[in-house]
Design a protein around this ligand. Structure first.
Ligand code: C2O
Length: 552
């Protein structure tokens, strides 16, 4: 096992997009940021130095962080942010995971430009990909593809304005492939991302949805994609012409370049949408180019993409994925939780600006609790600091996050009385016993708008046992659980007006955020945290906080 020590300088750089120059926050001057490439079992020591003007942290999205919670990264959850001029070294091992993950800033909306791929290959001589090309060889090339979202305005100002007014933030000005909008956008032809490919080869395409607020349909003209992995867990091969990737998720696919030589568009466009408003149907493109024979004067072939509201296609894709290996699930469930996830509205009170609909402010919640980040320390520091005395934590957070919604009603009905469902702000965690088998029903609500919520859990992978529409009904829906080969992921796209059921074993002590990976929703409070007890004095204890852990 190797020890890798990449270094990351957070700093401004200038780029031209959509006809104008912009100064953006980057890692090492690169946008998207550098890919971190490891083999399974490698350890990383990543020194992050903040040379920019904003507080920042880096999160290793999907990395299990077994007993290394101090390196997870969400600001005010596991660490205070790194202040301008400061630095912090993230130390962790990537173990038991292979495929594609990524890293991103976990402060405000900085991740719009501060993100990159984390590629985890099988360890040579120990394991190998469970897939091959037609000749029995591993894929000839691997292509990381980061799908993103571009704002002409500084994304930090976009979210600051929205937070001040209570209104919805501006939607992005472009979707991107590896940082480029592609040639359907103004002034963007020259920068269009182009992937040279070789006729007859099979390549591994590693897709990452790094967009802030947009689920994406993805298609490659003329080519079939065979999904072989998602969120750094292998899947049974699944051949398809279209992918649906929600923010936070990754999807690994094999493509054989078996079409007549030429140029083919890879295209991605929005599925579902913010606040129930149809996205403006912009499409981002990149070009797969066989080179040689193809003429660059004819335009590339364009794939057909589903409509932005094609929920049947989105759901049929996600529910077609199966874990490659038999699930290792305990037959018991120690903690059975029912969490509503959705967007609602706060009533406005004196002195506030009320830019939301009908004189309100947007809010979002889980079980009606709208998550508020602490500001004086992180939840993990509050819990473990000072000998971990829980008595000292009450001013930072409380451990009374509800296991169930406060009232039950028809969650997917429209026009539910707002008086029934007013989000209550709070910094609450749900305490799990070390080793508990946990099941969570994630029930989407339609209190303000029916949406797909990509729910991401830090520090764990979970099995997705089932997904469905309407209100989850234990009496009939439990029979639909796949306990045999469910997919294992770190982010589940909870269907529009529907539910998903996940299961995991709480074997990783620490404080682990669970949230909607639409940044607009995490901004509004669609988050909570699990506190997994460390069994003080026992083997599973967390190590003491590192000496360079930032203070608030
Ligand atoms: Cu990629 Cu807390 O998120």
């Amino acid at each position: 096992n190797k020890q890798l020590t990449p270094s990351m300088q957070i700093k401004e750089a200038s780029v031209t997009r959509l006809c104008r120059r912009h100064s953006i926050m980057t890692v090492n001057g690169q946008f998207p940021g550098p890919a971190v490439e490891v083999s399974e079992g490698d350890s990383l020591m990543v020194r992050v130095t903040n040379r920019g003007g904003y507080n920042v942290t880096v999160h290793w999205h999907g990395v299990r962080q077994m007993r290394t919670g101090w390196s997870d990264g969400p600001e005010f959850v596991t660490q205070c942010p790194i202040r301008p001029g400061g630095s912090y070294t993230y130390r962790f091992t990537v173990a038991g995971q292979e495929g594609t993950l990524w890293w991103h800033a976990h402060s405000s909306w900085l991740r719009a430009t501060v993100h990159g791929a984390l590629l985890i290959r099988p360890r040579a001589g120990v394991s190998a990909y469970p897939f091959n090309d037609a000749a029995g060889k591993p894929p000839a090339r691997e292509i990381p593809i980061l799908l993103g979202e571009w704002w002409d305005m500084n994304p930090i100002d976009v979210v600051r304005t929205a937070t001040r007014t209570g209104a919805a933030p501006n939607i992005s000005d472009a979707l991107t492939v590896n940082g480029q909008p592609g040639d359907l956008y103004k002034c963007s032809s020259n920068g269009t991302t182009t992937f040279p490919v070789k006729s007859g080869e099979t390549n591994l395409l590693r897709f990452i949805n790094a967009a802030l607020n947009t689920e994406l349909f993805v298609s490659l003209a003329g080519h079939t994609m065979t999904v072989v992995g998602a969120d750094a867990s292998y899947t049974k091969p699944y051949a398809t012409s279209v992918l649906m990737i929600a923010p936070g998720q990754t999807t690994d696919v094999l493509v054989t370049f078996d079409q007549p030589p030429g140029r083919y568009y890879l295209a991605a466009r929005a599925y579902a949408s913010a606040q129930g408003v149809p996205f403006d149907n912009t499409t981002t493109t990149a070009i797969f180019d066989y080179g040689g024979g193809g003429s660059s004067s004819t335009s590339p072939a364009m794939p057909t993409l589903p409509a932005y509201n094609d929920t049947p296609t989105a759901t049929s894709f996600t529910t077609s994925l199966r874990g490659l290996r038999k699930a290792e699930l305990p037959s018991r469930v120690d903690e059975s939780l029912f969490f509503t996830v959705g967007v609602g509205l706060f009533n406005c009170s004196g002195g506030q600006s009320c830019g939301g609909p009908n004189n309100t402010r947007f809010a979002a919640s889980i079980n009606n609790v709208s998550f508020v980040l602490p500001s004086t320390t992180s939840i993990l520091q509050a819990h473990y600091g000072g000998g971990g005395s829980p008595a000292s934590t009450g001013s930072v957070f409380t451990a009374d996050f509800p296991a169930n919604p406060p009232v039950a009603f028809d969650y997917t009905a429209q026009n539910v009385s707002r008086a029934l469902w007013q989000p209550v702000p709070g910094t609450k965690v749900y305490r799990l016993k070390y080793g508990a088998a946990v099941q969570v029903v994630l029930q989407g609500t339609n209190i303000f708008a029916a949406e797909n919520h990509p729910i991401h859990l830090h520090g764990y992978d979970f099995y997705i046992l089932a997904e469905g529409f309407g209100n989850f009904d234990a009496a009939t829906d439990t029979a639909k659980f796949n306990l045999d080969d469910p997919p294992m992921r770190n982010t589940v796209a909870v269907p529009v007006n529907g539910w998903a059921v996940i299961r995991f074993v709480a074997d990783n002590p620490g404080v682990w955020l669970m949230h909607c990976h639409l940044d607009v929703h995490i901004t509004w409070g669609l988050a909570m945290a699990f506190l997994v007890d460390d069994g003080v004095g026992e083997l599973q204890s967390l190590e003491a906080p590192p000496a360079d852990l930032p203070i608030c």
